[in-house]
Design a protein around this ligand. Structure first.
Ligand code: 0O2
Length: 215
């Protein structure tokens, strides 16, 4: 397979990630405009690198070539991530996504109620998203991961260690990661319990900012 074919195969995914990033960031700014606190802290997006696509095809035992099978089995070639301050914000964001009619929810995976054995916590939504191309409409799958800042902190560190140790953690690191996951969970609980105080402070500071700089 030459790179040309991969370029053609991946281009609607690039388009989907670009569009979805704008749309999800748009949700965040709309909360800002209406003066309410946003359940979205920040949004990131990426197209899965070819090397990771390759690793996934080995894992799944499918051919490494641009195909309908690959598009159906790798549901996170287009990947979006939404970070929230509080655990409760995740349900709000999930509902906002379910209500949209520019994307269709295909599947939801709740790794918050059921965390992975690694300690990973996050809420995943697979959506079908239509991309308009010069040769017509293409429906692509995209994975939206919704998590708190604490869940994201843990996952990004675990992800880079995973890369370093190729998934084979020494026992001590594995145990430390599990206790770090527990600490992140406790941090989320603590933050939720003082949520109202934090939000009152945020409204107070944004009013001061507004008064000082009305534009
Ligand atoms: P990357 O580098 O983020 O792209 P699948 O592997 O997709 O067939 P599954 O379990 O149905 O199997 O998919 P899942 O778990 O819903 O989504 C996989 C993605 O979730 C991963 O993508 C990670 O982004 C994230 N994830 C899942 N488990 C863990 C974990 O234990 N630690 C961390 N840090 N992230 C996790 P990739 O392709 O594995 O990696």
């Amino acid at each position: 397979m030459g790179p040309g074919l991969w370029g053609v195969f991946l281009s609607p995914y690039i388009q989907a990630v670009d569009e979805l990033k704008i749309k999800l960031k748009g949700m965040r700014s709309q909360f800002g405009i209406t003066g309410s606190t946003s359940p979205i802290e920040f949004v990131t997006g990426r197209v899965k690198p070819l090397a990771s696509i390759y690793d996934k095809t080995l894992e799944k035992g499918i051919p490494f070539e641009p195909s309908l099978q690959l598009a159906a089995e790798l549901q996170d070639i287009a990947g979006l991530r939404i970070m929230c301050q509080f655990v409760d914000d995740i349900a709000t964001v999930v509902e906002l996504i379910r209500q949209r009619d520019d994307m269709k929810v295909i599947e939801e995976k709740d790794y918050i109620s059921n965390s992975k054995p690694s300690g990973y916590r996050s809420y995943h939504i697979i959506v079908e998203y239509p991309v308009e191309t010069i040769s017509g409409k293409i429906e692509v799958l995209a994975e939206i991961q919704i998590r708190t800042l604490a869940m994201n902190f843990w996952a990004s560190i675990e992800h880079s260690l995973n890369y370093k140790y190729k998934g084979l953690f020494p026992e001590e690191i594995k145990n430390r990661l599990q206790s770090a996951a527990e600490a992140a969970f406790k941090l989320d609980e603590e933050m939720s319990s003082i949520r109202s105080e934090i939000q009152e402070a945020q409204v107070y500071f944004s009013e001061i900012k507004e008064a000082v700089n009305p534009n």
